[in-house]
Ligand binder design. Structure first.
Ligand code: NDP
Length: 330
């Protein structure tokens, strides 16, 4: 690859007419500074990518921008001592696809400090089936474990279970021996959720009403990707000493909750951030995914499309119409 060779990229530009999104051809000199250049083989679509492409939320903060917060590929050039040409790498977050050119392109140039070596047990396509959503689900599992939520303590609830974070969370928790309760608005997906490892499937409408300060104690832990009234209801129904890992806002950014569960039941609310999580934590999470995520279940929750489909997929992920995870081939 020379500096004049062309590769395809999805480019978001902003002008008087607003945001435009179109496929174009770029060269390496169009990319932003970085010490490692990667030939991208796969990417994925996360909820945040849907927001970036649709322009519904100010996710993109530099124009022009190549969206795509995740990519997997092979190093083709490196000035970073930790990486050499031929290395298989994965990138999640760090503002890539938001402030730094992202993954929906044949090439990416980033800081080596942002990359991790892809674990040998995880293929490139599988790493994007996991993507930021799956790695976030693992961060949430690690948070529950750190708070002492073990399988013997009681069930663990996963909200937004038919989505990306939810599907990986259900699969990992079930492999670890937890009794998983899956909350979904798509009850037609109950069989799929049971195949992933859910023991009980509940209608998300049960958790959508006006939250009470305290409710019946139902779960020892929870992984919530929904936020808003749902998270408030989840907190109110957590068992004494239980923990909730909050990572998402699919329902809303507000939290209409009471302090009662915290001061009367010793409940803990853990915040999960994947974007700026330190590299050591990322490596722990990816190494755990290599062991604690059943590849057959990952395949069950994954669909594959060419990257050119991403503009059609963006409104679908925002509408909650994508089941599990999507791999995009570049
Ligand atoms: P998905 O769109 O794949 O899944 C979200 C799921 O939430 C949907 O499938 C749906 O599940 C449920 N849902 C959607 N709308 C509503 C609603 N109005 N009320 C209740 N439930 C709803 O997204 P991801 O799994 O990729 O991401 C989930 C959330 O986590 C997003 O908000 C995302 O921004 C956030 N996130 C945060 C990260 C972090 O670092 N903290 C990293 C990654 C994601 P069902 O149909 O089963 O009800």
């Amino acid at each position: 690859m020379t500096t004049t060779d062309r590769f395809k990229a999805l480019l978001i530009t902003k002008g008087d007419a607003g945001q435009q999104v179109a496929w174009t051809e770029l060269t390496l000199s169009d990319l932003m500074p970085g010490d490692v250049t990667v030939a991208v083989s796969h990417s994925t679509i996360n909820y945040k990518d849907g927001l970036a492409i649709s322009g519904k939320s100010p996710v993109v903060r530099r124009f022009p921008m190549i969206p795509g917060i995740d990519f997997a590929g092979t190093v083709i050039a490196s000035e970073n001592a930790d990486f050499k040409p031929g290395d298989a790498v994965v990138l999640n977050g760090w503002g890539v696809g938001e402030t730094h050119m992202g993954g929906y392109a044949g090439m990416a140039r980033v800081k080596g400090d942002w990359l991790i070596h892809r674990p040998e047990a995880i293929g490139a396509a599988q790493s994007m089936a996991i993507g930021t959503a799956g790695y976030t689900a693992m961060l949430a599992v690690l948070a529950l474990e750190a708070q002492g939520v073990t399988p013997d303590k009681g069930p663990v609830l996963v909200t937004g279970a038919s989505g990306g974070v939810g599907g990986i969370a259900v699969s990992v928790l079930s492999k670890l021996g937890y009794r998983v309760m899956a909350s979904t608005g798509r009850l037609a997906e109950a069989d799929y959720l049971r195949e992933l490892g859910a023991h009980d499937v509940i209608d998300r409408a049960e958790l959508a009403g006006t939250p009470k300060a305290l409710g019946k104690e139902r779960w020892a832990g929870a992984i919530d990707s929904v936020g808003s009234a749902t998270l408030a209801n989840v907190i109110a129904q957590t068992m004494y000493g239980g923990t909730i890992a909050a990572c998402g806002l699919a329902q809303g950014m507000d939290l209409p909750a009471s302090v009662a569960p915290f001061i009367l039941r010793g409940v803990t609310l853990c915040g999960i951030d994947s974007v700026m999580a330190p590299k050591t934590k990322r490596i722990v999470a990816w190494n755990r995914l290599a062991v604690d995520l059943d590849p057959a279940k990952l395949a069950l929750l994954t669909t594959t499309h060419p990257v050119e489909a991403v503009q059609d997929l963006a409104p679908k992920i925002l509408g909650g119409h994508i089941r599990g995870r999507v791999v995009l081939t570049i």
